[in-house]
Structure formats: structure tokens, C-alpha cells
Design a protein around this ligand. Structure first.
Ligand code: NAG
Length: 488
């Protein structure tokens, strides 16, 4: 490279995500410097930049040359594994950075780690952003959804780059300044929690259609393809349709999906989402059910042993009377159940975001978050535009479910939804996500719950007191005394 020309931005950490994001930035016309400790990664990236169109990208083999190759104030994106590698990379780079320069962590980092690093960085006059990046490898290369949080000044330094690099949808680039502190990482974490929910709900729809409806992979590919042309249109529905089409080349027989071990991996963002929901007293049963389902999927050997034990007792895994199901009706019902369940899951995620925003004073704009998820990211979906509109209509919306449009849709779909959950339960096909969503809906919409009895019990054994529906104040009753008297 010519050392005279300085790059507009730098990127350290050249695993596939890092390489792709660097190439994306270069392709949008922003000269970029890249660095990785492993020199072959730098060469690989340079080679790709060359092959993918002589992109303005320069490679650097040590932290000093890398940092000094950047225009001031410098902005450096780091894309390495969350945790200790981030601290190591910051230590290596910040030695050569100057006050006013910015570090941008693009990994799936725990938001408190970002807030800790922000404090450390500011001690050296450095600015800091924790930026959620969603969209997988393709998203990074061709347009991700970006969730930068932290220093607003740092964001302003690079927002022209981010605007071009992000996925583009009808109402703008899929990026916005999220808020202060670790808000960018937190929003990305909840995005991933919602993604867990979506994937679980889709897998349950598949399970019901396959095992209760008796549908084969070809039919499933077609149905998901059809759903992707309607209200369910989304990246995850689209790739699901594709998955059912792929044959198994390894064995040469049947479809690949049937050969895949039923054990789900995970990296932690779903667990964090559920932990945060519990911390903030936000009900997120659909997301929690999807996490629990991943845990139970991991018990493959135990499940196989259990299946044998219950078979011996007369409860087999096979579902009888598959032929008796009206396939067309079932498909239509499952579509509606999936949609309604999804709305409940997003309502939970949005409520968690709002609760955290209030706790931390982040001022999150829920409608704007829905907007930047419309493209680029894994949960991108047509219906996110409707969520955006719901929060634009009423930023103080208590719950997505009571937005007039969504409320109407829930009511229109609830009969089909109950049929699917009821049928699955009857047939012994577990639908933890769909039923959690339905329970969430049925609990939320009821003005009167049996919590009165729980309050009575708490007051009975613990004198925790209770309130009354008809007059103010805290009451305590000598329950056992009165009950004994009543018995006589
Ligand atoms: C460079 O690449 C290796 C893997 O080849 C990775 O472990 C490391 O974190 C990367 N990043 C940096 C900044 O060196």
C-alpha cells in the first residue's frame, strides 16, 4: 500500500464476519485498513479484496502500523470473540490510539463488559461503541442490521459509513444510534432472544405438520415457500423452505434435514435474555420456552432412554390416526398459530427492551428498533414494519398485543391457534413455544386472574397482607382461626 494515503476506518479481527464486514465497507467506497495477529488472515482478506473488485483495503501486520494507517480521529472496529479476546485486542491497539479516537466492538458482547470498557477507554480519552451486528456472514458482506450504542460523538464520526454499509430497506438504512452505554449490545442480545423464539416456533410448526399432519419434506418446502409470500414473509421462513429441499449427498438417500442430530447449539445470548427478563420482572415465556427446548434437545441420550421406558409402559412416540387429519385445514391453522405466537414473542422482547431502557435511562425508541430489524438481520420480516407503525402510533403502548391492529389479528387467529395447540397436546407433540405464547395471551387479556388465591395463601402462612378489590389499604386476616370457626 502507499503509506501516504490514510484509511477512513480500521477493522481488527479477520474471521469470516470481520473479513466480510471489511469488504462491505471497502465496497461502499470507504478506504479501510485491516489487521489480524495471524498474518495469513490479513493476506486472505487482501486477496479477497483484490478478487472481489480491487476494493480499497490495506492490510497491516502489527497493531502500530495498523493504527497509524488511519485518519484522525481514528475509528477501529474490532470483531473478535466476546470476552477476554476483546480486552486483549483493545490493549494491543489502544497503546497507539490518541484521545478522540474510537473503539467499536462489533461482537456479541455482554453489555456490562462494554460499559466497563467504556469507562477504561474514557480514562485515556478514547470513545467507545458497543455495536450489535446481525445478519450472519452474508449480512456482514452485503448489508447487516447495525445496532451501535455508546458515545454519540463516536457514532457521528462514522454514521455516514454505517448508513452505507447497513442493509437498505424502503424507509432507510438498517442502522440507528441506539442509545448510551451498552444499549447496542443489549438490543442485539434481545434481538437474538427473539430469534430463539422465532426458530423454536417455526420448528414446532414443522413438528405439528410433519408428525400430526403427516406432511413430507417436499410438501413442507412448498408450504413454507407459500407462507413466505404472505404475512409470515421473513428470512427464517424463507431459509426453512430451502432447507426442506436439500437432499442428503452424504448417504445418497432422502433429505438432509432428516439426518441432522436433534441437538441445538447456543452461544449464550438467549440465556442472557431470559436472565435479564427475570431480573427486570418481565414475563418472556416464549423466549424462555425456546431456551428450555434447546437445553432439553441436548439430552439426546436421556430422551432416547425415556422414549424406551414410556414405550414399554404403552406410551409410544408414534402418533396414531395421522390419516384422519384434514391437511389443508391444519396447514392454514398452523400458519395462523405461528403468526399469533410470534406476535406474543415480539411483545415480550419489546417489553424487556422498554424495561431495561427505563432502568438505564437509555431512551430506546422501540419503533425505530423494529425498523432497523426490517432488513439485514436474522429476524428480518415484513411484519416488523407493522410493529414499527404500532409504536409510532403510540410510543407508550403498554403491550404490542393491545395495539388496535394487532389486537384484531390476535382475535381473528385465536380459534385456529387454540386448535393447533389443543391438537398437539392431545397427540403428545410438545409445542412449548406456541403454548407459552397462547398462555401469555390468555393471561394478559384477562382482567381477573386466580392471583387472589395466591395472595390469600401468602397472607395465610406468611402474613404478607393483601389488597382488596373494593376498598383501599393493606389487609391481614387470621385465616386459620376464621376457617376453624367456620367449620364448626
Ligand atoms: C486473528 O485471527 C485469529 C484466528 O485465526 C483469532 O483467534 C484472533 O482473535 C484474530 N484477531 C486479532 C485481532 O488478532
Amino acid at each position: 500500500m502507499e503509506s501516504a494515503t490514510l484509511s477512513q476506518i480500521g477493522l481488527a479481527g479477520l474471521a469470516v464476519m470481520g473479513q466480510n464486514l471489511a469488504l462491505n465497507i471497502a465496497e461502499k467506497g470507504f478506504p479501510i485498513s485491516v489487521y489480524n495477529r495471524t498474518t495469513s488472515k490479513v493476506d486472505e482478506t487482501l486477496d479477497r479484496a483484490h478478487r472481489e473488485g480491487q476494493l480499497p483495503l490495506t492490510g497491516h501486520y502489527n497493531p502500530k502500523d495498523f493504527v497509524l494507517s488511519l485518519q484522525k480521529p481514528r475509528s477501529v472496529i474490532i470483531l473478535v470473540k466476546a470476552g477476554a479476546p476483546v480486552d486483549q485486542t483493545i490493549a494491543a491497539l489502544s497503546a497507539y490510539m490518541e484521545p478522540g479516537d474510537t473503539i467499536i466492538d462489533g461482537g456479541n458482547e455482554w453489555y456490562e463488559n462494554t460499559e466497563r470498557r467504556m469507562v477504561d477507554a474514557s480514562a485515556n480519552g478514547l470513545l467507545y461503541l458497543g455495536m450489535g451486528v446481525s445478519g450472519g456472514e452474508d449480512g456482514a458482506r452485503y448489508g447487516p442490521s447495525l445496532m451501535p450504542g455508546g458515545s454519540h460523538r463516536a457514532y457521528l464520526n462514522i454514521h455516514n459509513i454505517l448508513d452505507k454499509v447497513a442493509a437498505q430497506v424502503d424507509d432507510g438504512p438498517c442502522v440507528t444510534y441506539i442509545g448510551e452505554g451498552g444499549s447496542g449490545n443489549f438490543v442485539k442480545m434481545v434481538h437474538n432472544g427473539i430469534e430463539y423464539g422465532d426458530m423454536q416456533l417455526i420448528s414446532e410448526a414443522y413438528d405439528v405438520l410433519k408428525n400430526v399432519g403427516g406432511l413430507g419434506n417436499d410438501e413442507l418446502a412448498e408450504i413454507f415457500g407459500e407462507w413466505n409470500r404472505g404475512e409470515l414473509e421473513s428470512f427464517l421462513i424463507e431459509i426453512t423452505s430451502d432447507i426442506f429441499k436439500v437432499e442428503d449427498h452424504e448417504s445418497g438417500k432422502g433429505h438432509l434435514v432428516d439426518k441432522i442430530l436433534d441437538k441445538t447449539g447456543m452461544k449464550g445470548t438467549g440465556k442472557w435474555t431470559v436472565q435479564q427478563a427475570a431480573e427486570l420482572s418481565i414475563a418472556a415465556p416464549t423466549i424462555a420456552a425456546s431456551l428450555d427446548s434447546r437445553y432439553m434437545s441436548g439430552l439426546k441420550e436421556e430422551r432416547e432412554a425415556a422414549s424406551k421406558i414410556f414405550s414399554k409402559e404403552g406410551l409410544t412416540e408414534e402418533i396414531n390416526n395421522v390419516g384422519g387429519v384434514d391437511k389443508k385445514k391444519l396447514v392454514d391453522d398452523v400458519r395462523q398459530a405461528l403468526y399469533a405466537s410470534k406476535i406474543c414473542s415480539y411483545a415480550q422482547g419489546m417489553n424487556l427492551l422498554r424495561a431495561k431502557s427505563l432502568e438505564k435511562g437509555w431512551g430506546l425508541n422501540l419503533g425505530e428498533l423494529a425498523r432497523i430489524w426490517k432488513g439485514g438481520c436474522i429476524i428480518r420480516a415484513v411484519f416488523l414494519d407493522r410493529i414499527k407503525q404500532a409504536y409510532q402510533r403510540n410510543p407508550g403502548l403498554a403491550n404490542l398485543l393491545v395495539d388496535p391492529e394487532f389486537a384484531r389479528e390476535m382475535v381473528q387467529r385465536q380459534a385456529a391457534w387454540r386448535r393447533v395447540v389443543g391438537l398437539a397436546i392431545q397427540k403428545g407433540v410438545s409445542v412449548p413455544g406456541m403454548s407459552a405464547s397462547l398462555q401469555y395471551f390468555d393471561t394478559y387479556r384477562r382482567g381477573r386472574l386466580p392471583a387472589n388465591l395466591v395472595q390469600a395463601q401468602r397472607d395465610y402462612f406468611g402474613a404478607h397482607t393483601y389488597e382488596r378489590v373494593d376498598r383501599p389499604g393493606a389487609y391481614h386476616t387470621e385465616w386459620s382461626k376464621l376457617a376453624r370457626k367456620a367449620r364448626v
